[in-house]
Design a protein around this ligand. Structure first.
Ligand SMILES: *Cc1c(COP(=O)(O)O)cnc(C)c1O
Length: 356
């Protein structure tokens, strides 16, 4: 018997979430972002749920090739572009669309031998200061790209730093308008947060990622309540032991938790080597037998310990949900001082995954 730990990917939830994204941006085409192995869900497992998209966005050439092998003949966008001249051969062979964010990439394109012109997304840096041409340098870059025989269609793109927060997107929208002024062509600006909350940024292509997996762009589960998004992953396990503690007895490494009175502790087959965050503090929510309770004691490599006080009938074999259909991954992440994105992507290789 394998350990009773399983991640389930909900294909219908992915399809539902893509439809929710489309409802928010009805006039735009969608790049479904599946970087990082579809945010930890597995590219091949996520693909059937997302195949109603217009295109897929990702970073890794190998993942792009895998999508082609899965039978996807539509657009694939490389969100960081390429890194070496030899990458361009793969881009050409598999008809990928690539981001171009710097002169080094333009130079490689100018030198490349291609079987046909490549479609590119020319990236503007509107304030994030990671990738892209500043608004002042954008027009020259666009003219250089347009003059390059290896370049086909050029979509203008940028990426937002604060579409999920108070600061908002107005400064970046203004910078984009300045840099793109007088340049014809399709535009792509919106991530998940902007797809949900900033319709003025939708233009021709939106690029939702996290909402396709049912996560909140702001990391706060309440922010997406009522939108109809569904969790695309459930991570579940079982109790593999139960301990009965007397007042003052302690639990786990470092003896960080001490029982105030008699209580039962459940031991769950899931630990940080499975991707459950070791930093999860006492009180991190978890469901046992469908009842919300809390993590107590330190997360160890293969196990966590939970308070069974709210679930007195729980015993060895009881179902435990780490996150998913009953418990928002954002609520777990928040207790750990991070966002759902990180927990999804961190589910370890050793965790068996099933798609349904
Ligand atoms: C990851 C990424 C996205 C998707 O971001 P979400 O916040 O998950 O929607 C969109 N565009 C680019 C360029 C990205 O790298």
């Amino acid at each position: 018997m394998p350990r009773p730990l399983l991640a389930t990917v909900h294909t219908a939830a992915l399809a539902n979430n893509l439809a929710v994204a489309r409802r928010h941006a009805p006039r735009s085409k969608v790049w479904a972002v599946v970087k990082a192995n579809a945010y930890g869900h597995g590219l091949a497992r996520a693909f059937p749920g997302l195949r109603a998209t217009d295109g897929f966005g990702l970073l890794d050439l190998e993942e792009a090739v895998k999508l082609r092998e899965l039978g996807w003949a539509g657009p694939i966008l490389l969100l960081e572009g390429f890194f070496r001249p030899t990458d361009i051969d793969v881009i050409d062979r598999y008809s990928l669309t690539t981001t171009v964010h710097c002169d080094e990439q333009l130079r490689m394109l100018e030198m490349a031998r291609l079987s046909k012109p490549l479609n590119i997304q020319l990236k503007m840096n509107t304030g994030m200061n990671r990738l892209g041409y500043t608004p002042e340098k954008f027009r020259a870059a666009w003219e250089r790209a347009r003059a390059c025989p290896g370049v086909g269609q050029i979509v203008l793109m940028t990426h937002f730093s604060d579409a999920d927060s108070e600061r908002g997107i107005s400064e970046q929208m203004a910078a984009f308008a300045r840099g793109a002024e007088g340049i014809a062509g399709a535009r792509s600006l919106a991530n998940s947060a902007a797809t949900l909350w900033h319709p003025q940024s939708h233009f021709d292509w939106v690029r939702p990622g996290i909402i396709l997996y049912g996560g909140s762009p702001s990391g706060v589960s309440g922010a997406i309540e009522g939108l109809g998004l569904q969790p695309a992953m459930t991570l579940a396990s079982e109790l593999i032991a139960v301990q009965t503690l007397a007042a003052g007895q302690r639990v786990g490494y470092g003896s960080t938790f001490a029982a105030a009175g008699p209580m039962r502790i459940g031991v769950v087959a899931c630990g940080y080597a499975d991707g459950y965050p070791r930093c999860a503090p006492e009180g991190t929510p978890i469901f046992v037998d469908g009842v919300r309770t809390r993590v107590v004691g330190r997360v160890s490599m293969d196990m966590i310990t939970v308070d069974l006080t709210p679930c007195p009938t729980a015993n060895v074999g009881s179902r435990v949900e780490l996150w998913g259909a009953q418990l928002s991954i954002d609520d777990v992440a928040r207790a750990c001082g991070t966002i759902g994105y990180e927990l999804m992507c961190a589910v370890a290789q050793r965790v068996p995954v099933r798609a349904e």
